[in-house]
Design a protein around this ligand. Structure first.
Ligand code: ACO
Length: 330
């Protein structure tokens, strides 16, 4: 069986910084409320003209440049997003065109905050079996366009931000490789974190009389999401440790989905590790859903928090619920 490794990564966030104080001018909230409950100080909001595919394109361009490959080598594009430019088709085919790639396989997956680790796992399977040699994976969102920026939507509005992160994966010829990936889901509590429309359950939702604005914004039961996240993150990280017969001490860095700093703190406590071992940049970007792990990975690499030979674990939890982990030897 072949092995897969990450040969390049890149990210892109919009220039527009929105601080907690900016939000408190738009809705009844405060820096103290937001920071103490989430660890977020500021986030980026895409302007009206910037789309998810714009951010995804820029992140992909940077990842391909860092990978130092000829774009013609790319065999497949997998995009994780909840906020595609259009209801259909997905962002992946737009990237094929914008990056001027061959007519390669391109598809989007809707696994919410777990989408990047899901994409990584899908790419790993294709490369390990020899069905593909080089795959571009992306997590990209402009979900702040979907949220209600008012007191009514404040529980969600203060948490989320926009951005994109990408990675190029290729067959590995050395020790550096994806060791394992672990993917899970449980749909019974889907309404704890969901956006009802646009969907097909209400046949004819396009009929003016049937449009309910409130169904077109994400809804969250914050306390329940918190409870599930602090259980599933350690569970899926421990699964990766057990599968590879390694101990948490052998792991250099955990790069989790940036949901909430308090969730990361609780995860560190349950794993018995210092909070420093769980990478965090949520204070700068908020929760960027599918984009948060690749953005965090890029920053951790830039800050030399990961060196050749280190073992790292990516871990995600999000709507569905879905959750996932990946153990990687860098
Ligand atoms: N500013 C000010 N007050 C607010 C805000 C806000 N932005 N949002 C809610 N409130 C109010 C509520 O209305 C409530 O008021 P009340 O007591 O008068 O009814 C009060 O603050 C307390 O609200 P709670 O929901 O009890 O606050 P809690 O301490 O649970 O914190 C939070 C809310 C931050 C959402 C928390 O539940 C949480 O961290 N949940 C995890 C959810 C999460 O991280 N989601 C990320 C997306 S999912 C993912 O990525 C995995």
């Amino acid at each position: 069986m072949k092995k897969t490794r990450i040969i390049g990564a890149g990210f892109c966030v919009p220039d527009n910084v929105v601080t907690n104080d900016d939000l408190s001018k738009m809705m009844d909230t405060s820096d103290e409320w937001i920071y103490s409950r989430s660890g977020i100080k500021e986030r980026r909001w895409a302007d009206e003209k910037t789309t998810t595919s714009d951010l995804a394109y820029e992140a992909s361009y940077r990842a391909i440049k860092q990978a130092q490959i000829d774009p013609d080598e790319i065999d497949m594009i997998v995009v994780g997003t909840l906020s595609s430019d259009y209801f259909f088709p997905g962002v992946s085919a737009q990237l094929q065109e914008r990056l001027n790639l061959r007519n390669v396989a391109a598809f989007d997956i809707k696994a919410a905050c777990s989408a990047f680790v899901y994409s990584l796992s899908i790419a790993d399977q294709f490369i390990k079996t020899g069905a593909a040699k080089t795959i571009l994976i992306i997590g990209a969102e402009t979900q702040t366009k979907l949220i209600e920026k008012s007191t009514e939507g404040r529980d969600i509005a203060v948490l989320f931000g926009d951005g994109a992160g990408a990675a190029v994966l290729q067959t590995s010829s050395n020790e550096s490789c994806i060791l394992s990936t672990h993917l899970h889901s449980e749909g019974k509590d889907l309404k704890n974190l969901w956006m009802e429309a646009p969907g097909t359950v209400e046949n004819g939702w396009v009929d003016d009389a049937k449009i309910f604005k409130s169904k077109f914004t994400p809804k969250m039961n914050g306390k329940e999401v918190f409870r599930s996240a602090v259980t599933r993150f350690p569970e899926v990280i421990n699964e990766a440790l057990k599968h590879n017969d390694i101990k948490i001490e052998d792991v250099k860095l955990i790069v989790p989905h940036q949901a909430n700093f308090r969730i990361s703190e609780a995860v560190a406590k349950r794993l018995g590790v210092d909070t420093e071992k769980v990478y965090s940049n949520i204070h700068k970007y908020g929760n960027t859903t599918a984009a948060s792990i690749p953005i965090a990975l890029c920053e951790a690499l830039e800050q030399n928090r990961i060196s050749k030979g280190d073992i790292i674990i990516l871990a995600a939890f999000g709507a569905g619920y879905t959750w996932a982990s990946a153990a990687i030897r860098w």
